[in-house]
Design a protein around this ligand. Sequence first.
Ligand SMILES: [Zn+2]
Length: 301
Amino acid sequence: MRTTFFAIAATLFAVSAHANPPNVVTDVAPIHSLVAQVMKGVAEPILLVPAKTSPHGHSLKVSQARALTEADIIFWVGEGLTPSIKKAINSLAENATAVKLMDATGITLLGYDESIEKEDHEHHHHGDGHGSHDPHIWLDPENARVIVMAVAEVLVTQDPDNAERYRANAIAADDALNQLIKETTARTAEIRDHRYIVYHDGYRYFEERFNLGRAIPIANSHAANPGAKRLAEIREALTQTRANCVFAEKQFGTRTVDSLIRGTDAVTAELDPMGQGFETGPALYAALIRDLSKTMVGCLR
Ligand SMILES: [Zn+2]
C-alpha cells in the first residue's frame, strides 16, 4: 500500500511540475495578443492595462499591483507608453523577469516628432518616464515578428518543459504576421500619398512600414491635451491642405474631433490602435492591424 501511495504521489508531482507554466503578465492588449499566440496551448498571459483604458493616462490599481507581485515574467513596451508601470515593476516585481520590448534586439525604433513635442512641452510638463523613442512599436507588424521571437526565447529559457510548444507557436505566428504584412501592403497601396489628421501622434510605425503619408496629429505621442495654438493649427491644416479625413480614436472619444470638423467638409472615422473593439487574445493583433488599414482606406480613398 505504502509503496503504491508514494509511486502515485511521485507521478502526480512530476505531472504538476510539467503543467506549471510561468505566471506571465503583459502591459497592453496588442502585446498581450502576441504573447498569447506564443503561449497557446500552455497558459494564458494576464493583461495589466484593460483594453478600454488608454495606456498613456493609466494609473495602477490594487489588483494590477498584485498581478505584478505574483508575476514570474513581465513583457512590456517601456515607460514611454506606460509610465505607471515602471516604478511598480521595480518595487513590486523584484523576483520577476521584466522584458522591455523596446529594447529587444531587432526592433525598429522611431524618434518622436520634435516639432509637436516641443510645442506641447510649453503647455504641459511631462514627468519622468518620458523615453527617447516613440513607444507605439506594435503598429509595425515587422516589430510584432521581432516581439514574437523575443517572447519565445524568454519562455523557452524560463519554462524548458514547454519549449517545443513555444517554438512551434512562434513559427506559426511569424508566418501569419508575414501574410498580414503582405495583405496590408496591398490594401494600403491606393492611399500612399494621402494626408490625414489623427487624434494623437501614435501612427508613425504604421506609416513608415506601409509607406503612407505622414499624419498630422492633434495631440502628441503621449496624448497630452492639445493647447489652443495646436487646435488653431489643425483648423488651418484642414482648410489649407487636402487632409480632409480626421481620425478620432476609441480611447480618447470623439469630442475634440467633432468640434474641429464642424463647419468644414472634412469627414471622420475612428481608429483603434489599442484593439479596444476586439476580444483580447491571440486573434486581437491581426484584427487590430486589419481594422486600421481598412478604416484608413475607407476614409481616404
Ligand atoms: Zn498612444
